[in-house]
Design a protein around this ligand. Structure first.
Ligand SMILES: C[S@@+](CC[C@H](N)C(=O)[O-])C[C@H]1O[C@@H](n2cnc3c(N)ncnc32)[C@H](O)[C@@H]1O
Length: 210
């Protein structure tokens, strides 16, 4: 399956449908082996290095325990490793994507969905990354609660949001609400290149969890 077919499949998905995760896992099962090629050559996705660079502007402790939620084939891990971070776990709904992430330096890789409770205890990680997951048909801003739960107070959360769902899925509003309700402090939020060959921009957000 080409990436264009994959994207079409997930743009039609309905976040309120309880079978959504299952259908999305099937999309990624069929896309897994071609994902990295499409990332570079069809989409021109730059969100992984850009978000890891954003995190590294503030997170100076290379021993920090990081979780990469929706890690896919491990392109975020590849960038974390290149910057000298060495403890990062990955979680995803797709076994096939996780299988490709295996050689990329993750300490633990496991299945879990950000649309449900993740199989992780409260306050486990120093920081969390979530790149390419807040997008069409994947996860709404409800996922923020789970990310905050698994990160220690004072830890960083670094995530991207596809510009196409920033308002539609309530991200813009919820980011502000979380700040007003003292759940996090926004360190950076800006729009930048995301899928350069498709001319799609994304929002990059870095917060500290309270
Ligand atoms: C666009 S890919 C991004 C993968 C990787 N983070 C990257 O930047 O290359 C989206 C990933 O999110 C995963 N995903 C989708 N819904 C998810 C959910 N509810 N919980 C966890 N992962 C999810 C998919 O299986 C897929 O691997």
């Amino acid at each position: 399956m080409s990436r264009k077919e994959g994207l079409k499949n997930y743009e039609d998905l309905d976040l309120n449908d309880t079978k959504n995760d299952h259908r999305l896992a099937e999309v990624y099962r069929d896309w897994a082996k071609k994902y990295d090629y499409d990332n570079d050559n069809v989409l021109g996705t730059v969100s992984q290095p850009k978000s890891v660079n954003l995190l590294s502007t503030k997170l100076k402790d290379k021993t920090a325990k990081i979780i990469d939620v929706g890690c896919g084939t491990g392109l975020v891990g590849k960038n974390l490793k290149a910057l000298g971070f060495f403890y990062f776990d990955g979680i995803d709904i797709s076994e096939d994507m996780l299988a490709i992430a295996k050689p990329r330096g993750y300490t633990n890789l496991f299945l879990g969905s950000l649309n449900k409770q993740l199989p992780v205890l409260d306050n486990t990680y120093d920081s969390a990354m979530c790149v390419g997951v807040f997008t069409h048909g994947h996860v709404s801003s409800d996922g923020f609660n789970e990310l905050c739960r698994i990160v220690k107070p004072g830890g960083y959360l670094c995530f991207t949001i596809n510009e196409g769902v920033f308002q539609e899925y309530g991200f813009e509003e919820t980011i502000k609400e979380f700040e007003v309700n003292n759940k996090w402090r926004v360190v950076s939020l800006y729009k930048d290149d995301y899928m350069t060959l498709e001319n799609v921009k994304g929002y990059y957000c870095l917060t500290t969890v309270n």
